[in-house]
Design a protein around this ligand. Sequence first.
Ligand SMILES: *[C@@H]1O[C@H](CO)[C@@H](O)[C@H](O)[C@H]1NC(C)=O
Ligand SMILES: *[C@@H]1O[C@H](CO)[C@@H](O)[C@H](O)[C@H]1NC(C)=O
Ligand SMILES: *[C@@H]1O[C@H](CO)[C@@H](O)[C@H](O)[C@H]1NC(C)=O
Ligand SMILES: *[C@@H]1O[C@H](CO)[C@@H](O)[C@H](O)[C@H]1NC(C)=O
Ligand SMILES: *[C@@H]1O[C@H](CO)[C@@H](O)[C@H](O)[C@H]1NC(C)=O
Ligand SMILES: *[C@@H]1O[C@H](CO)[C@@H](O)[C@H](O)[C@H]1NC(C)=O
Length: 454
Amino acid sequence: MHLFSAMFLLVMLAVMPGEALYPRPEEGWEIYSSAQDADGKCICTVVAPAQNMCNRDPRSRQLRQLMEKVQNISQSMEVLDLRTYRDLQYVRNTESLMKVVDGKLKVASENPRSLNPKGFQELKDKVTQLLPLLPVLEQYKTDAKMILRLREEVRNLSLVLMAIQEEMGAYDYEELRQRVLLLETRLHSCMQKLGCGKLTGVSNPITVRASGSRFGSWMTDTMIPSSDNRVWSMDGYFKGRRVLEYRTMNDFMKGQNFVQHLLPHPWAGTGHVVYNGSLYYNKYQSNIIIKYHFRSRSVLVQRSLSGAGYNNTFPYSWGGSSDIDLMADENGLWAVYTTIPNAGNIVISRLEPQSLEVLQTWDTGFPKRSAGESFMICGTLYVTNSHLAGAKIYFAYYTNTSSYEYTDIPFHNQYSHISMMDYNPRERVLYTWNNGHQVLYNVTLFQVIKTSGD
Ligand SMILES: *[C@@H]1O[C@H](CO)[C@@H](O)[C@H](O)[C@H]1NC(C)=O
Ligand SMILES: *[C@@H]1O[C@H](CO)[C@@H](O)[C@H](O)[C@H]1NC(C)=O
Ligand SMILES: *[C@@H]1O[C@H](CO)[C@@H](O)[C@H](O)[C@H]1NC(C)=O
Ligand SMILES: *[C@@H]1O[C@H](CO)[C@@H](O)[C@H](O)[C@H]1NC(C)=O
Ligand SMILES: *[C@@H]1O[C@H](CO)[C@@H](O)[C@H](O)[C@H]1NC(C)=O
Ligand SMILES: *[C@@H]1O[C@H](CO)[C@@H](O)[C@H](O)[C@H]1NC(C)=O
């Protein structure tokens, strides 16, 4: 049993094979990479240079070293690539087996008596069959570390390039440097994607603090990358204007070192989110979304979310004017709400963070009044079926494929009244406000391995 849960706790990481290496003779050498997200595939590729003209340059010692590094990166990528390909088939086969065992395990844990000696032996055999998967998963963990090291190498590379540029003046290294920076950005985005996956589990809760009234909202910045450690707390769902800003999580726990922001317009609900140093919230008795910038203490933009119900017309099951729920995940900023034409079913819109314009909209078909709360992870909306005890994550809507599925992911609703639940992609935790308690959960994400050859 132990073995089994350990396997599920590992997040599988996949490295997508890149293209072959294309030396570019006219330039001598070149770095290239791409992080494709159109179909959810992530490709990290570094193209090796052709060894030529640079060797003749008397000042080329650093350059040669650079080329070697780039080649080293390419080789590492190829190794990762091969390994992925080799393990893929095996992991695929095992995946279906895992599903069977998981199902059996669930039945058994709900009804221990259903497991007779024969059933138990069967389960044991299945688990034994799964055993060889462990080293494969270990390998993926190692690969993930390798990618981290590659990232560091790329960062070093761009430092060396900058040094060379200073030494040699213009040349055409500026372009090269830009490419390296781009490579770094893309690798970062690859990393982000590699860490993405489907929600398969929620940890036990950790109560960080008991403060405020029954309903409220608290959060840290959801932007990636961000080193902003401030914590914001907004007590109540009705006409509030007071936002408390704590310097750190530790300060929040102790209720010390905070400043206050008095918002120019009151808020409705608890669906607020802090993204890239600004608070996005729903203005009281309207479907207007406001972007309030903390540093300048000013409203940068406000815009009506077209057609969105408000004023407690389409709240979550707990009420509280929770008509419009704003959230952020690995893919950006989102609004979850509903409209009269959508007959009260949950609508998801991706928002442009500067202008608050709607970029794209999905109709999930799930009635908002039957939802306890919802949160977004890696472009998937997860919906709970209640705000009360016994709630579980019941429904998932995949924006990448515009499809849904019913889920059965339990979590412990310790204080029996959740009025806010949001994922923070930077910390990979769920923030919740549960009956005057500020509670965190870890999440387990599971990624199925794909290759570009699919
Ligand atoms: C490239 O890899 C080889 C073998 O692992 C190593 O000896 C060499 O120092 C590396 N070169 C650079 C520039 O990192
Ligand atoms: C990057 O540079 C730092 C400082 O020079 C060095 O300690 C580190 O080992 C380098 N990392 C890689 C992967 O080359
Ligand atoms: C869509 O996203 C989910 C995770 O949120 C992932 O498991 C699934 O594989 C993705 N589907 C495609 C077709 O990329
Ligand atoms: C984050 O905010 C800064 C300015 O504060 C801006 O330059 C940057 O583009 C923003 N990033 C995103 C992804 O919105
Ligand atoms: C909002 O709802 C309250 C109570 O039902 C009502 O009195 C008020 O007129 C409504 N305001 C708007 C702008 O719809
Ligand atoms: C989440 O996991 C990390 C690492 O294991 C741990 O330090 C942290 O306390 C966990 N948080 C929660 C809310 O369980």
